[in-house]
Design a protein around this ligand. Structure first.
Ligand SMILES: Nc1ncnc2c1ncn2[C@@H]1O[C@H](COP(=O)(O)OP(=O)(O)OP(=O)(O)O)[C@@H](O)[C@H]1O
Length: 255
């Protein structure tokens, strides 16, 4: 996927994304980092076609993403949003099954292959036992795995995750990050996600992208971003690196 000269404004004259250029590395886990309001979610919304760019283009396999029929695009790219709204008393397995809709013709029932992919997605995310539970009765960590399972059933080569660990305690945060790593390794899925925890971004990504006021100011090796000058700029606050027991920790400078 390639983003060329992309700009976006919610209100006229106020650019949220500003002439952004980016090549997503296929098969890698890429994490978008940056302060609140730097444009990360806006970028994911455009990549998933929820919004059209004001200027510029997003290309997939050399073709503008808006030229793909909706079902074709859903087979190429899946997204797990920051907040998923679950309607009524939907059961886990029924929800995960929606991931196969891009493969169905009108009025067609799920095929053996569809059912297999649904089972595979549920197994990979560890929710097989929860199949008949209503989603609203699940814990935050379980719900997040259900949302990821639905996207997995789509069998897309690209998966976007907007803050997949938000609202989860540390155990479930790590569980989700390990799952993301497993999806990338076992399915070779290209992952682009937003994370707020700097150390998690560094530990679970092959590449990080630093966004600052709608521009990309860094793309590359996660460890290099720890260079305090880049980190301090990204978060508009003075940060420094310290070594603790052989590991690098980012901390506020004045403390
Ligand atoms: N629907 C909207 N209408 C107007 N402005 C919006 C809308 N959605 C987002 N914005 C503004 O666009 C800017 C970028 O928002 P965005 O959500 O993309 O940032 P972000 O980097 O994902 O932030 P966060 O880390 O807080 O989730 C912010 O200033 C935000 O207020």
């Amino acid at each position: 996927m390639e983003i060329k000269n992309l700009s976006y404004a919610y209100t006229k004259g106020h650019l949220i994304l500003n002439k952004l250029n980016l090549k997503v590395t296929p098969g890698a886990i890429t994490t978008l980092m940056g302060a609140n309001g730097s444009g990360k979610s806006t970028l994911l919304k455009i990549m998933s076609r929820q919004m059209k760019p004001s200027r510029g283009r997003v290309l997939l396999h050399g073709k503008d993403i808006f030229s793909y029929p909706p079902k074709d695009y859903a087979r190429e790219l899946g997204i797990v949003h920051q907040q998923n709204r679950i309607i009524g008393d939907l059961k886990v397995k029924d929800y995960v099954s929606y991931g196969r809709n891009p493969y169905l013709k009108p009025l067609q029932k799920y095929s053996a292959e569809d059912r297999e992919e649904i089972e595979r997605a549920m197994e990979m995310t560890g929710i097989t036992e929860l199949g008949q539970r209503e989603i609203r009765t699940l814990s935050g960590g379980q719900k997040q795995r259900v949302f990821i399972a639905m996207a997995l059933a789509q069998c897309s080569d690209i998966l976007l995750l907007d803050e997949p660990t938000t609202y989860l305690d540390i155990k479930y945060q790590l569980e989700i990050l390990r799952l993301v790593k497993k999806i990338n390794e076992e399915r070779n899925t290209t992952i682009v996600m937003v994370l707020h925890d700097i150390m998690q971004a560094i530990n679970y990504s092959h590449e990080v992208i630093g966004m600052y006021h709608g521009k990309i100011v860094y793309q590359g090796d996660p460890k290099e971003v720890l260079n305090s000058r880049v980190i301090s700029k990204l978060y508009d606050t003075e940060l420094e690196l310290i070594e603790v027991g052989g590991a690098s920790i980012v901390k506020p400078k004045e403390d």
